[in-house]
Design a protein around this ligand. Sequence first.
Ligand code: HEC
Length: 138
Amino acid sequence: MTLRLGEWIVVAGALLIGAFAALVATLIYLKPPPAMYGYTESAAANLGETIYKRESCRDCHQVFGNGSTSGPKLDGIGALRSESMLKAYLLDPVPGVGDKAYRVKMPSYARLNQEDRDALVSYLLALSPPAAQNAASP
Ligand code: HEC
């Protein structure tokens, strides 16, 4: 059986679509899963999270994909900064800690009471980088 020109075009089109689907499937398969940042739960950290939400830190910061990126992401910040740095930073933020220049300005949280700031720091310290099993996978 011989195919007519129009039939060849349909067959070629179907093969092309099939090859494209296979290519996309391969790319999806090969793409590494997004890094899973950690959170070490504790009463102090959970309290800090409620204050983090109450004070609208999310208007400028992102954690686990939630919030705005007009400021730096805070995923994994607990491994990056020390408790004393974070405590001082909330009182008197100095620009230039982030990885680039930001158009918005980190406000001082000196107006909060000491307990609220300490709770915020507990929350920030609980934000850890991807677990070791992720780092170990190829
Ligand atoms: C109006 C926007 C804005 C709000 C609201 C805000 N931040 Fe920020 N924050 C920034 C910017 C911008 C930076 C980076 C400053 C720089 O490096 O120039 C920053 C930096 C930080 C850093 C330092 C990051 C690092 O890499 O060390 C921490 C921690 C932080 N913010 C926590 C908070 C917390 C907690 C809140 C809420 C209580 C908050 N921020 C609210 C804009 C904001």
